[in-house]
Design a protein around this ligand. Structure first.
Ligand code: SAM
Ligand code: SF4
Length: 460
């Protein structure tokens, strides 16, 4: 192995990118790269980019401007710096990136990052390399297994990709173009990864995919398994106390998955189910393939299976042609469902997507005004949910040190951040806590002396 080199990876956007960034670090570790927390001392800088909205994509170019400066300062000190653009902007813009930002040495799409070492070897010294292929080989088969200590250092909650890509073609969305067609990983490979994570001390796994509940991977019996069945199998992995999954599409919420919320104690009572709009006219124009009432029916079924479930969603305001009446339908849905959390965005026209070409594009001011109203309603809903949990006794997975000395921080089953006095508890443990207060961003709890503490964590 050559001397230790430093890599700085900056990720933008979704959980898939967080997972991919860790895999890139794994691919580079055998090449002698260790991760560093800033670009300043990095021999290699990777921007793992997001193309979902214009603002996300533009951030990359401003970061590249800063890196140009850094690269020339380091060059003056005799140090070389390689700059890589990875992720969905790389996939969408390819060689355009090296033309617009000559500081970039290598552009690599989300399906090719397992080839980073050979691509890096070809780039640099003025040579520009672009790899945005969708290769026939499965990148997961070419990713090295990280050392146990590396996984351990990443914490007790981990992401695990089970599915990639999307065949839904919502008219606003770039994902089917940047991440390609829907592919599910085989059950055996997911299971092996989950067991490896558990062995390194991971207690919570969130299964991720652009359309995770469309999962249809090959099972060990040679049949196609659904997400519900996969979750059932994963719930038997020793050491894994909590399972979650994201992001789901309403069309793929099948009966087995809803039943899993009733039957699997390890499946946490939290569901992120994007609805985007409450207006049937807009949902049809978005090609979402469901109505507002279809969504309400699914929520009723999920709540019948798991009455305390916390619901989360994504919303887009200002889609082309959205009227005040359409927007009022969205607000009505928000008030009827009662979301524990949500993400909301102004519609951003993306080149190459059908909605970007449509008539009826709305002025920025209208989008901004609607977003403010929607966010106020969602915030009220979130606060009401959090306030309703004050006084309950629940379990918290301890994730890290808290903000103040002596405090620890973790997550409730409903994915709320909880701070509490940490004496006697340890990271990775699951402790029983009474929620005493709901702050604006996190809850406060009191560990219950003598209460059941699972999995051998020191008694409180
Ligand atoms: N597959 C998920 C689904 O169907 O809901 C969504 C994945 S997407 C990465 C995350 C969110 O970004 C979407 O749910 C949507 O709310 C938002 N989004 C996608 N394209 C957008 C656009 N052009 N403008 C604004 N928001 C957008
Ligand atoms: Fe994009 Fe999700 Fe629609 Fe797929 S289902 S096109 S990822 S918004």
């Amino acid at each position: 192995m050559s001397h230790v080199k430093k890599v700085f990876i900056k990720s933008y956007g979704c959980q898939m990118n967080v997972y991919d960034a860790e895999r890139m670090a794994d691919v580079l570790a055998p090449e002698g790269y260790v991760e560093t927390a800033t670009a300043d001392d990095a021999d290699l800088v990777i921007l793992n980019t997001c193309h979902i909205r214009e603002k996300a994509a533009e951030k990359v170019y401003s970061e590249l401007g800063r890196l140009r400066q850094l690269k020339s300062e380091r060059a003056a000190e005799g140090k070389a710096t390689s700059v890589v653009v990875a992720g969905c902007v790389a996939q969408a813009e390819g060689g355009e990136i090296t033309r617009r930002a000559p500081v970039v040495d290598l552009v690599v799409g989300p399906q090719s990052y397992h080839r980073l070492p050979s691509l890096l070897a070809r780039s640099g010294n003025g040579a520009k390399v672009v790899d945005t292929e969708f290769p026939a080989e499965d990148k997961f088969d070419h990713l090295p297994t990280p050392a146990r200590a590396v996984t351990k250092a990443r914490g007790v909650s981990a992401f695990l990709t089970v599915q990639e890509g999307c065949d839904k073609f919502c008219t606003f969305c770039v994902v089917p173009y940047t991440r390609g067609a829907e592919v599910s990983r085989p059950v055996a490979k997911i299971l092996a990864e989950a067991e490896r994570l558990a062995d390194a001390g991971v207690r919570e796994i969130t299964l991720i995919g652009q359309n995770v509940n469309a999962y249809h991977g090959e099972g060990p019996d040679g049949r196609t398994w659904t997400l519900g069945r996969l979750l059932e199998r994963l719930s038997t992995v020793p050491g894994i106390a909590r399972l979650r999954y994201t992001t789901s599409h309403p069309r793929d919420m099948d009966a087995a998955l809803i039943a899993a919320h009733r039957d699997l104690p390890t499946l946490m009572p939290y569901l992120h189910l994007p609805v985007q709009s409450g207006s049937d006219r807009i949902l049809a124009a978005m090609n979402r393939q469901h109505t507002g009432d279809d969504y309400r029916r699914i929520i009723d079924e999920v709540r019948a299976a798991r009455p305390d479930i916390a619901l989360s969603s994504d919303f887009i305001v200002g889609f082309p042609g959205e009227t005040d009446a359409d927007f009022a339908d969205t607000l009505r849905l928000v008030r009827e469902v009662g979301f524990a959390s949500a993400y909301s965005f102004k519609y951003s026209p993306r080149p190459g997507t059908p909605a970007a070409e449509r008539d009826g594009q709305l002025p920025e001011a209208v989008k901004a005004a609607r977003l403010a109203v929607l966010q106020a309603a969602l915030d009220e809903s979130r606060r009401a949910f959090n306030a309703a949990t004050v006084g309950i006794v629940t379990e918290v997975l301890v994730e890290r040190e808290g903000r103040h000395p002596g405090q620890l921080a973790g997550k409730s089953p409903y994915l709320q951040a909880v701070q509490f006095d940490g004496e006697g508890a340890q990271i990775g443990g699951i402790i029983t806590v009474e929620i005493t207060e709901a702050g604006p961003n996190s809850l406060f709890g009191r560990p219950l002396a003598g209460a059941t503490v699972r999995d051998g964590v020191a008694a409180l």
